[in-house]
Structures are given as C-alpha cells and as structure tokens.
Design a protein around this ligand. Structure first.
Ligand code: ZN
Length: 283
C-alpha cells in the first residue's frame, strides 16, 4: 500500500514529508505503457505532486504540475487531489534512451532541461495560484527543490526515485521533501545534510522498509513526531457526464459534423484510458 507521512522534529526546526508510491507508479505504467525511463520521469513527478497536493486541505482544491523541458518525452502533466491521490500522463510514453554516464535511467535526457516546472494550486474559488521555475536538470527532484527555494523561499532538500525491474514493472518508488524552518541553527542544517547523504538512493530504503524507514533515516537524531499518515493511490476523477458536458460545449461546426455523420462519438480519458461512447442524439 502506498502512503504519505508528514513529520516534524522535536524542536520544530525540520519538517519532512515522505511518500512510498510504488503502486501509484506501477498503475501509471500499466495505463500508459511507459518505457522504464518514462516510468521514472512520471513516477517521480507523481510522488512530488502527491506530497504537495496533500497540503491543500480543502476538498475542492487540486494541484497540477506541468513539466516541459523540451526533451523527447514531451510534456509531463500530473494532477493531485487535496489528499494526495494522483493521476498523470506523459506526451510520449514510449520514448527510450540508453542509460546515462552513471548507468542510471536518463530521466534528465528524456525530460530535457530547456523549459519550466509549473505548479498550479487551484482552490476552486479564487484565481489559481501559479508558481514556476526554470528547470535545473530535468531529473525532477532537483527541479522541485529549486521550485521550493524560489517560489516559497524555503531551503529544501528533495529526493525522488523509481526502481524499475528487468520486466519493466516497478519495484519501488517514492521520495522525500525536507524543509528547514527559518532560523534553524547551523548544526541542525549540518545534521540534515548528513542524514540526506547517509540515506542515499531512496528506492533502496523504500524497497526494504517503506515510507516509515525513509522517515527514520532522514530524521535520525531529531526525535520526529508524526503529524499525518495518509494512504494514497492512483485515482482518476473522470466521469461520463464530464465528457458529455465537454462535447456539448464544442462549437457549432463540430456539433453539426457529429449530427451529419450520425455515428457514435468516442472519447478517451488521457489519465486512465477510460473510453466513453456517446450517441449523437445525446450530444
Ligand atoms: Zn479517467
């Protein structure tokens, strides 16, 4: 089961969110038929979006992350609800690239770094809040760290990972976002940096001990207090009614075409591949 844990250090100087999102990532892979490098790119984005989305607090709120680095994978689009349940897709899910110089999946190469990471928080009443930063590497975690540093002015360490098996299924996925509260003492900062270094690749920790083990590793020595523990999943919110509403709002020419052809209209949900069929008379 995937879960998200939010915790704070005893003295309140360090806050952390960790997520184990292996099932979410595997579901995304099965829906979209992604290659390992795209599974990693999408999985990292889903993990970060879930962590940020779960902070929205209002049931009608949603969060959209859009990454477009100009790489062969194209745009990544991920949406989270206020509980951290996520859905997403990648423009070119079948893009494959050789491993990078360090023998890892070349996520930065697939995503590219010539573009922006944008985060849109929609509270369904006021204007949505949009924050955007220039991509740093297209490796996703560094890009989210830059987003937090720039748009929220909070020193942030972020690590995200997806471990893909030989048969292309997802063995583990997830990550963490650690933030230092203003005025955190120098030795606290040093201790966080040591923990980050000692934790190493997040998927190794997640594979063996889940989100709990990752939390312990990042917060070693800080006596963390758990504030929230939430189950999260890949969840699409599409409905037949929503697609019908969209069809009805097509312009007059398109509606006339549908009527003249007289054939059923098929729509496809980009997030979950659900197909809905409509009779022209309905539209
Ligand atoms: Zn759907």
């Amino acid at each position: 089961m995937d879960e998200l844990i939010r915790a704070i250090s005893k003295d309140g100087d360090v806050s952390v969110s960790v997520i184990s999102s292996g099932s979410i990532t595997e579901r995304a892979r099965l829906i979209h038929g992604t290659t390992p490098v795209v599974t990693a790119a999408l999985g990292r984005t889903l993990a970060a979006a879930s962590i940020i989305g779960s902070t929205l607090k209002k049931p009608e709120a949603s969060l959209t992350v859009r990454i477009n680095g100009g790489g062969p994978a194209g745009t990544i689009l991920v949406v989270s609800d206020y509980l951290g349940n996520v859905r997403g897709f990648v423009e070119n899910p079948k893009v494959d690239l050789p491993k990078n110089a360090t023998g890892k999946l070349d996520v930065g190469g697939a995503v590219g770094k010539d573009g922006m990471l944008s985060v849109i928080k929609d509270f369904a009443e006021k204007e949505p809040y949009t924050g955007a930063v220039q991509l740093v590497s297209g490796e996703i975690a560094e890009d989210f760290a830059a987003y937090f540093s720039a748009s929220e002015q909070i020193p942030t360490a972020c690590a995200l990972g997806v471990l893909v098996d030989r048969d292309r299924s997802v063995l583990a996925a997830g990550g963490y976002i650690v933030q230092l509260l203003p005025g955190a003492p120098e030795d606290t900062i040093d201790a966080v940096e040591r923990n980050v270094a000692a934790t190493g690749a997040v998927t190794n920790v997640l594979k063996n001990g889940g989100a709990e083990a990752l939390l312990e590793s990042i917060m070693r020595g800080f006596s963390p207090r758990v504030l929230e523990r939430t189950p999260v999943e890949y969840r699409c919110t599409c409905t037949r009614e929503r697609f019908l509403t969209a069809l009805k709002s097509l312009d007059k020419n398109d509606l006339d075409d549908i009527r003249e052809k007289g054939e059923p209209v098929e729509t496809l949900c980009q997030f979950c591949d659900a197909v809905y069929l409509f009779d022209p008379a309905e539209i």
